[in-house]
Write a protein that binds this ligand. Structure first.
Ligand SMILES: [Zn+2]
Ligand SMILES: [Zn+2]
Length: 198
């Protein structure tokens, strides 16, 4: 992973071209003829996507500062390659972000509301990692559900995931599950639930 952070992406493009062609080009511009700003796929204000520093391949931020992981989910749903995007907003990044905030709390003695939310998410994610999962897709979708929540959610997939077929399929797509498989996944999971309760 480290080798791809700054160098050529796995489609063998230099980082600037990768940013333009493999990321920005997938997102509609914020305004007609806008150069760099894209339309934030979460809140539809102007989103800038840039080359990151501090070990991030790319970073993004919109005018309303949407959760980086929510934006990442939408970028992946639009077809962005997870490796081209780098680590920003990924499950791993959320974990490390929570850890960093935890360290900041220790040194400053103050707890910001965003830290409490990150802590709650971190706790649920830890619980999820301790479970057995029938499929990788199920784990991915559960992680996505936690990331998009405020952290006040159950680590039990039965209570964590939406019961609505379309909602669940859309969540699966944001989790990086391919479109055709996302519907299959939603059918499969809702059937599992029905069988458990029968
Ligand atoms: Zn690329
Ligand atoms: Zn936004």
């Amino acid at each position: 992973m480290a080798a791809t952070e700054a160098g050529r992406c796995r489609h063998d493009k230099p980082i600037g071209v990768c940013l333009r062609e493999h990321v920005r080009a997938l997102v509609p511009p914020a305004r007609p003829r806008s150069g760099a700003d894209r339309d934030c796929p979460v809140c539809h204000t102007a989103l800038s996507i840039n080359i990151g520093n501090k070990g991030q391949r790319f970073v993004w931020d919109c005018a309303k500062h949407c959760d980086p992981s929510a934006v990442r989910g939408e970028l992946q749903a639009l077809g962005a390659d997870a490796v081209c995007l780098g680590n920003y907003g990924s499950t791993d990044w959320v974990r490390r972000d929570a850890e960093n905030k935890r360290k900041q709390v220790k040194s400053s003695g103050q707890v910001a509301p965003s830290t409490l939310e990150a802590e709650r998410k971190y706790y649920v994610i830890e619980k999820l990692y301790g479970r057995e999962f029938e499929s990788v897709a199920l784990l991915k979708v559960c992680l996505r559900a936690v990331i998009e929540s405020d952290g006040n959610v159950s680590p039990d997939p039965e209570h964590l995931l939406p019961r609505d077929y379309r909602e669940l399929a859309a969540l699966a797509r944001r989790a990086g599950v391919e479109r055709c498989y996302s519907y299959k996944f939603a059918r499969w999971w809702l059937k599992q639930l029905a069988e458990v309760r029968a």
